[in-house]
Design a protein around this ligand. Structure first.
Ligand code: KIV
Length: 266
């Protein structure tokens, strides 16, 4: 099956077809997500919280991100794989940013990288794009800014913040980003940004008017319960199902019902 390309995503926007994106962090989940037919898989730094059990996304390292991206790339036959630039892999300098972004393509098999930020990363986007590294931008609630933002809060609610986000969206497009994630902003603002841009917008907590949607797979499947953001819809309760299965196993082993003859050799 052919790999999804940047052009496919741009074409979807121009044809008014919705783009689907989900996170995955390892081979089995990437197999499911890719097999189901999503357009893009984000190996998000959210893995710090949903896989590594950390408080926020800040501690995950470049090497850990590459390790997970390699597993996902191995599984993805169709979906575009996007590696997420972790905290401090791009903030210090533009050359660092280009070098680290390049590692996602060169070592981990990704087709693009994602980077949080607006006006502060324009030079980074330009330099990566010049180096043939496709960049997914990400504005609104940017979880790597948790300490400055004072928590995971909806952004763009005042007129000034709204204006700034529109300017930043236009600026990242102008700098060369091929797509833009809008996280946790009012839906009317996401609609305005989506209409102003030629590149696709992918929303998470940004309402229905974006060109596409992304969710964290553990949220969608009911596997992360520390908190459930308002924008999450659970399509399954895998944690509950897994718990039931493991409890049934314990009970059967304790009762001597497993293994039965069926699982035994003669
Ligand atoms: O890390 C991540 O999973 C993300 C998405 C929530 C957009 O950045």
């Amino acid at each position: 099956m052919a790999k999804v390309t940047i052009n496919d995503l741009l074409e979807k926007k121009s044809e008014g077809k919705k783009i689907t994106m989900l996170t995955a962090y390892d081979f089995p989940f990437a197999r499911i997500v890719d097999g189901a037919g999503v357009d893009a898989i984000l190996v998000g730094d959210s893995l710090a919280m949903v896989v590594q059990g950390l408080e926020n996304t800040l501690p995950v390292t470049m090497d850990e991100m590459l390790y997970h991206t390699k597993m996902v790339s191995r599984a993805a036959e169709h979906a575009m794989v996007v590696g997420d630039m972790p905290f401090m892999s791009y903030q210090v300098s533009v050359p660092d940013a280009v070098w680290n972004a390049g590692r996602f393509l060169k070592e981990a098999g990704a087709q693009a990288v994602k980077m949080e930020g607006g006006s502060e990363v324009l030079e980074h986007i330009r330099a990566m794009t010049r180096s043939e590294i496709p960049v997914f931008a990400h504005i609104g609630l940017t979880p790597q800014s948790i300490h400055r933002m004072g928590g995971y809060k909806v952004q763009g609610k005042t007129e000034e913040a709204r204006k700034r986000l529109i300017e930043e969206a236009l600026a990242v497009e102008e700098a060369g980003a091929f797509a833009l994630i809008l996280e946790a902003i009012p839906m009317e603002l996401a609609k305005t940004i989506t209409e102003k841009l030629t590149i696709p917008t992918i929303g998470i907590g940004a309402g229905p008017h974006c060109d596409g949607q992304v969710l964290v797979i553990h949220d969608l499947l009911g596997m992360f319960e520390r908190f459930v953001p308002k924008f999450v819809k659970r399509y399954a309760s895998l944690k509950d199902d897994a718990l039931k299965a493991v409890k049934a196993y314990i009970e059967e082993v304790e009762k001597g019902d497993f293994p039965s003859e069926e699982q035994s050799f003669k």
